[in-house]
Design a protein around this ligand. Sequence first.
Ligand SMILES: [Zn+2]
Length: 158
Amino acid sequence: MKPEFTYIEQFINRIDVECPSCKAKAVVTSSPENRAETRFTCVSCGSTKNWMGKANVFQTGSSQFFSGGILMGHPIDCYFKYPLWYTTEVKGKVLFGYNKEHLTYLLNFISNKTRERQPNEHGWSNRSLESRLPKWMLSAKNREVIEKKLKELMAKGV
Ligand SMILES: [Zn+2]
């Protein structure tokens, strides 16, 4: 059985964030067909904002060299760089999810004891989420605490 590759891009169409104005749970929505149509909405304080970044520039890695595009892999939303709603700490590392589907995915993946990376018919994929997860998240000795923290995050209300 070959596992389906999961691309992190599927989780960035709806990101739960903390509103920078009122600190309530707010949302950033984006269209996979057109990332220029990305918008922040907070129903608590009525704040809205259209994203004006570089929709065709994807960036991972250090935010120090951030160029104004879509930044992945940090506990902030990829567009406005607002703090994520689902973020916590595990042994000094930041554990985060863009939304509940992302947390569910991570929980299932980490709980799966037979998580072996296998190539699909196109070979290994570096763009898959599996290949991007940091080592500390995949370490067997951290599995229990990460599962606990993910479940706590999933239970976090509004
Ligand atoms: Zn607000």
